[in-house]
Design a protein around this ligand. Structure first.
Ligand SMILES: [Zn+2]
Length: 284
């Protein structure tokens, strides 16, 4: 397997019919798996959600953080993909005790949440059929919540519990689209190789983009690196403690020693001093 750098590419056809994003996310996804160590049942689904969330962020204005959250039936269990404007992403898996996959059935949802730099939130949600794939759920989200006709295919190739390759593409239909252009693209996508197969053949983001827009004059609008990173810090960990109530905070102060708190996303450990906890108790 050739080791390639994770990237996301953006292009638009010169007649303004389509916008296309393609991404290779192998290393980012593999790094998330290393930190989260999800049961093998959930590896491909988490990989798909990460790639899909990164691609959807790329379709939006460049300063947004986008989070994709899959929630199991009855609101039990979540997979989270967190994609930042600087190209970094991280993920989080929490499954109900004793379960090795997201509970299937009615009430499962896909939520996409975007955060503006000023902290304002926008969120949209669609129901998630756990038997369907993540690509279908993402397309339905774009259609129902964003009212943009979008074709999405994301894939994560897992072999022997290791991520071998991950990536995907988005084709967006733009308002200038003509009937004849739509017919060409529909036919092309109907026999386009599935992303999983392209990844197994070691296709690059650039090759997938060229194939999707073959013989359609287009302009590349962006080419950005992607990587795993976590935005946790001492300050943020202390701030997250502030959401606990006084009793819970008091319980952290058992013997005056610093407490170790682990970031759920990346596993980094932070030592919080008894003095910092007392400070929060004074403020609460
Ligand atoms: Zn972290």
């Amino acid at each position: 397997m050739v080791v390639t750098e994770d990237r996301v590419l953006r292009a638009m056809t010169d007649d303004a019919s389509f916008r296309v994003m393609t991404a290779i996310t192998t290393n980012t996804v593999a790094e998330v798996m290393k930190r989260q160590n999800p049961p093998s049942d959930e590896m491909a689904r988490l990989g798909d959600l990460l790639t899909g969330t990164i691609l959807i962020r790329e379709t939006m204005s460049p300063n947004l953080r986008v989070q994709g959250i899959l929630r199991g039936a009855g609101g039990k269990g979540t997979l989270v993909a967190d994609s930042h404007p600087d190209g970094t992403a991280r993920g989080l898996v929490s499954l109900p005790q004793g379960m090795t996959s997201l509970p299937a059935g009615s009430g499962a949802t896909l939520m996409m949440m975007r955060t503006l730099p000023n902290g304002k939130l926008h969120q949209g949600m669609v129901s998630y059929d756990s038997n369907a794939n993540v690509s279908e759920a993402l397309m339905r989200y774009m259609q129902e919540s964003e009212q943009i006709k979008t074709m999405i295919d994301v894939a994560c190739v897992v072999e022997q519990e290791q991520v071998v390759a991950a990536g995907g593409f988005i084709v967006q239909l733009l308002p200038e689209l003509t009937e004849s252009q739509l017919a060409i693209m529909t036919e092309r996508l109907s026999d386009f190789p599935p992303m999983g197969k392209l990844l197994r053949n070691e296709a690059t983001a650039s090759q997938v983009l060229d194939e999707l827009l073959y013989a359609m004059p287009n302009t590349r609008l962006g080419d950005s690196p992607l990587r795993f990173d976590c935005k946790c810090s001492q300050t943020r960990v202390v701030a997250s403690l502030a959401t606990l109530d006084r009793n819970e905070l008091g319980n952290l102060l058992t013997d005056g020693h610093p407490i170790e708190i682990c970031c759920d996303f990346c596993g980094k450990e932070y030592a919080i001093t008894a003095e910092q906890v007392r400070g929060l108790l004074r403020e609460s």
